[in-house]
Design a protein around this ligand. Structure first.
Ligand code: TYD
Length: 204
């Protein structure tokens, strides 16, 4: 079924994933590829509920939040109108801003990492990525960027230096564990937009 390539961007909030995804999509389109850019949480009802949990408006336990992310992700893959599987089947390159590695990192350190991995790797409705670009940057620097770009009331539950430091360590643990299983490239995201874009282009 899957014909196109699935590229995943991962990294802490504030590493510049959105900007770099835009740049990469432009680059691939120049090369003649049809590119579909997407993100998690999705804009589907499951993703809208997650946004309310992330803002602190709706209470959620870490375990329930992890399960909600899985549910939103299955929908992200399989949605008949705009799901990633449909775009891949049409031969498009799909780039997603976050995927299951975010659940391993963000919810994995608050629940049970193995449980979060099992429920994803044992789920036949999820797509496997062809390439994972992991944007790395010190958590303090991420926090500087987050607070510079947003009003205080728009800061989400994980967007504080203590949480980001813990999640950063968890990302390192996760990607070390998965180095044989997934195609992961580390990208140093501490640099200008052009510098980081050049690193991504070289990695491709
Ligand atoms: P993010 O990509 O940062 O969106 P935005 O830039 O619009 O805020 O994602 C929102 C938050 O969701 C971010 O703090 C990370 C968190 N998240 C998880 O905790 N688990 C997940 O599985 C995913 C996909 C995101």
């Amino acid at each position: 079924m899957k014909k196109g390539k699935l590229i995943v961007f991962e990294g802490l909030d504030g590493t510049g994933k959105t900007t770099q995804i835009k740049r990469l999509a432009e680059e691939l389109r120049r090369r003649g590829e049809t590119v579909f850019v997407t993100a998690e949480p999705t804009d589907l009802p499951s993703g809208q509920l997650l946004r309310r949990v992330l803002s602190g408006e709706v209470p959620g336990t870490p375990w329930a939040t992890a399960a909600l992310f899985l549910s939103d992700r299955i929908r992200h893959c399989t949605d008949p109108d705009n799901g990633m599987a449909k775009h891949l089947a049409a031969g498009e390159t799909v780039i997603t801003d976050r995927y299951y590695f975010s659940t391993f990192a963000y919810q994995g350190c608050e629940t049970d990492l193995q449980w979060t991995m099992d429920m994803h790797y044992r789920c036949p409705e999820l797509l496997r990525p062809d390439l994972v670009l992991f944007l790395t940057m010190p958590p303090e620097k991420c926090m500087e960027r987050i607070t510079a770009n947003r009003p205080a009331e728009a800061i989400e539950i994980y967007e504080n230096t203590a949480a980001l430091t813990r999640i950063s360590r968890q990302f390192d643990i996760v990607f070390a564990l998965l180095k044989e299983k997934e195609n992961i490239v580390y990208i140093n995201a501490d640099g200008t937009i052009d510098e980081v874009a050049a690193r991504i282009k070289a990695a491709l």
